[in-house]
Write a protein that binds this ligand. Structure first.
Ligand code: PRP
Ligand code: URA
Length: 208
């Protein structure tokens, strides 16, 4: 499985600001948006382009346009919504497929509760966005949904991933690609990533 830890100085700097205890909702949201945009830049490096001739200011010239499969962004409710604006900043015409998966706080098992996908998923590249890849239960459930709808090209963008979750997703879905700003140390007994970000959904929405 392709796992890319994007160790760009801008990403590392912004992620460091997000890790501060007491970070404000405003700062956390803005930084999540910025890091999501930078991860999108990295995750779309291999998109196919085709040459076409246009009329430029000084005459005809060859330019490149993205071709091939169209992108659908897949935010996982609820915290994935915090990364959606950053990805849309980079790919403003992308369709958005929303999936709702929540992990049960006691069992850590994923519970799928919502699915509204773009049409023709077999012809799209799915960019899943979720700040946290912890046990990977949520991601596995989301990928199962996308594959059931015919999607064959899936990438996941995460702010922070745990080694345990990466091993699980690799076993379950080795054909997907993962882009993360950091592979952190481990999970704690409650399934939270250490050092991690705490509860990313609560920080994005200002709850708790
Ligand atoms: C968080 C996070 C991921 C999931 C990761 O969401 O945004 O979706 O947990 O955990 P896992 O890898 O162990 O499945 P949560 O279920 O807390 O819901 P929320 O987005 O509504 O806050
Ligand atoms: N969900 C979060 O929001 N944070 C974690 O560390 C793990 C799951």
């Amino acid at each position: 499985m392709k796992i890319v830890e994007v160790r760009h100085p801008l990403i590392q700097h912004k992620l460091g600001l997000m890790r501060r205890a007491g970070v404000s909702t405003k700062d956390f949201r803005e930084l999540a948006t910025e890091v999501a945009a930078l991860l999108t830049y990295e995750a779309t490096k291999d998109l196919e382009t085709a040459e076409e001739t246009i009329q430029g200011w000084a005459g005809p010239l060859q330019v490149h346009r993205i071709k091939g499969k169209k992108i659908t962004i897949v935010p996982i409710l609820r915290a994935g919504l915090g990364m959606l604006p950053g990805v849309l900043d980079m790919i403003p015409s992308a369709k958005v497929s929303v999936v709702g998966v929540q992990r049960d706080e006691a069992t850590l098992q994923p519970v799928a509760y919502y699915e509204k996908l773009s049409g023709r998923m077999d012809q799209r590249i799915a960019l899943i966005v979720d700040p946290m890849l912890a046990t990977a239960g949520t991601l596995i459930a989301a990928v199962d949904m996308l594959k059931a709808a015919g999607c064959t090209r899936i990438k996941g963008l995460f702010l922070v991933a745990a080694p345990e979750g990466l091993a699980r997703i690799e076993a379950a879905h080795p054909d997907i690609e993962i882009y993360t700003a950091s592979v952190d140390e481990r999970l704690n007994e409650q399934g939270y990533i250490l050092p991690g970000l705490g509860d990313a959904g609560d920080k994005i929405f200002g709850t708790k």
